[in-house]
Design a protein around this ligand. Sequence first.
Ligand code: FMN
Length: 314
Amino acid sequence: MVYPVFDNRVTRMLGVDVPIANAPMGGVVTPTLVSAVSDAGAIGMVPGSLGSAVTRDYVRAMRELTNRPFGVNIPVYYNREPKVVDTLLDLGVRYVTTSTGPVAPWTARLKEAGVTVFHVVTSLETAKQAQDAGVDGLIVEGAEGAGLRGEVAMMVLLPLITSQIDLPVIAAGGISDGVSMAAAFALGAEGVQMGTRMLTSAESVVHDKFKQAVVSAAETDTLLIDRHNRRPLRVLRTPSTAPYEFATEGDAFNELVSAVPRLYEQGEMEGGFACIGQTAGRIQEVLPVAEIIRRTVEEFGETIERLASRYLGR
Ligand SMILES: Cc1cc2nc3c(=O)[nH]c(=O)nc-3n(C[C@H](O)[C@H](O)[C@H](O)COP(=O)(O)O)c2cc1C
């Protein structure tokens, strides 16, 4: 088997060997998991959704645990304060992803300071806006992924964006192994981000009942809540989320969010919402992060080799 060598815009910009990122999931990934991703040569992503004090602690912990590169995500919708930039610059962070809304007004300041910035987009229009704002790359989120998203599936969105916008793209949504990574690369991606797969890793700090719920979920066991107010959130179907599936008013996120810590920490699967993607139907076991990355890279290489041999006679 030929082991793939990744040398593309994503690996060069971020100084990594393997263009696979963990999703920056607050309350799910801690420096232990993120440093395991970085140590595997991949893109360790620190969540910045838990406030500046936690972000500071996490970044400091990362520097103790690894000397490999890592980035920080700031979900803009939840953190509009420009002072977040001071925190990131103070900490000497070199790679930032912004998500959950329009490109942050403070993107230019990060760029002026030499920080590499990728923005999460869910449509061609938001991708063009991010390009106009001068970001270095895009994270393209397909509708099949977990959490906040648009409603266009990766198979359409990714080739649409990569054919019209010349920026490096990391694909997020539905990727949990080497075949799905190879599919994303065929559609133009130069990196992938895994949420549901990393949530179901040994190092993820959510309760084991949450991980087992992913392992036993079928691909049909998720639904979108809050579509009517244009904040679609993909979650596991449970007695608490199902009533919101076709809601035309209200705000399911705000009504259920207070029970989410009990779900993560005590495994109370009802009462809040568990963000998971459709790829849960393809995840069969809890594995250590290093093993997830190793198997994904190996399977990526096998997939490309199989296609070349089957269709190009190589
Ligand atoms: C529990 C959970 C929390 C998440 N939190 C964030 C976040 O704070 N910021 C963000 O940009 N994306 C967040 N995401 C979305 C992921 O970054 C990722 O893009 C998505 O999970 C990809 O789809 P997948 O689950 O099919 O891999 C979260 C996902 C999950 C499952």
